[in-house]
Write a protein that binds this ligand. Sequence first.
Ligand SMILES: Cc1ncc(COP(=O)(O)O)c(C=O)c1O
Length: 487
Amino acid sequence: MTNEKRQEETLDPRDWDELRALGHQMIDDMFAHMQSLREQPTWQPYPETAREQIGGALPQDEGDVFQVYENFKENILPYPNGNLHPRFWGWVQGTGTPLGALSELLAAAMNPNVGGGNHSAAHVEAQVLDWLKEIFDFPRAASGLLVSGGSMANFVGLAVARNAKAGYDIRHEGLWNRKPFVVYGSAEMHSSLLKSVELLGIGNKFFRRIAVNDAYEIDVNALREAIVQDIANDLQPICLIGNAGTVNTGAFDNLDAMANLAREFNLWFHVDGAFGAWAYTLPEFRAQLHGMERADSLAFDLHKWFYVPYEAGTTLVRSDAAHLQTFTTTPPYLKQTGRGPHGGQNWFTDYGVQLSRGFRALKIWTAFKTFGMKKLARLFSQNIAQAQYLAQLVQSAPNLELTAPHPLNIVCFRYLAPNMTDEQLNAFNQELLARIQESGIAVPSSTNLRGKFSLRVAITNHRSRREDFDLLIEAVERIAGNLLEES
Ligand SMILES: Cc1ncc(COP(=O)(O)O)c(C=O)c1O
């Protein structure tokens, strides 16, 4: 050992005041950005010059944080996906909130590992889960987990379903040489469920996509017939998946009938309520969602409706024991000692895939405490009323056609250009959509409904106002008119 003083390094700033001042500037800039969204284009293409500026050789040496921030302001901030904008209604994306952004700052500054334990973040997550159970009428003894989003929430629900209904110790035995399991849902199920079924080794082939009626709701008789047929063929049905708000049109399956069928055939009942589950908070939707509260597992998002920043989804599982049995593993290095930071009841890591977990719960907790459930429910209602308003605009325009029912917050429609075949109409509407998106006025997305390429407006946006939908329809008419003139 020498007596030389060692120069040990850290990533904390050399000058705390300087970085603090930059932090204050960042907050000012981000608030200015969020406040002026309405004056910005909804989306614009990412320029090659910006792509070059964010690149370069792998940085080996220290850089200047002020220059890095300037690079962010010039080459990253102006070219977002657009989902914060009042006229972004593509896919089903969330807007976040300024409060949510601040909450993320607090969560990242605390930076706890919420795998579990006896510390504030774990208690906040447990509290948030209790509120979510209360909202969806799940028993207090049910378990829950915050996850990255609806896809992971579906995966967790289906993993528990598979293990609980396998009828043997699948964690030990694996899937080797057993009867094939079968999972059922409607043809309108979200692709994340297919991913889950594939990853869980059940196989796409055993994922029954049951036909839907004209309202895009599952045909319960056809579902029953498929179950009976599969049992007769010596397969092992394990799980029914109900939709509370399908991704294409926002349709609700008959969840009550599905819950009855699940009970009759001793199957797991999982509900994908990514955004639609939140309609449960509105009395006028209770009847349609009847049966959801009987689900064995319920998956939903908080980064779509509920409006917190990405990422946040939840799985609730009625049987805490089944949930725990699917995921718990306790190697000696994780053994809980009952005391210290490793003590406590909240061991989220035993309920999902991740060991290390971030503090997702804080932005949800601040939203509950600051906005309150009543205001959030009013915003869901507002989005649904806006969808109905847009549907009326479409219906009263002679050259527009609704292409599906609009029971919730999604409106699908197309432009009916004269004297065109269905194929030509599809190509015309596809070009129309691209031009609307590229105009920066609004971002709807698309889907194909019974062969009709449709513009699809999914409203989970607390910034939209009715006048934004007037602007959309004006843009559709004008851009379609230009397109017709060109042809
Ligand atoms: C009905 C439905 N389920 C699941 C998902 C997947 O959710 P996430 O995008 O949060 O993974 C979506 C996404 O839009 C959805 O609409």
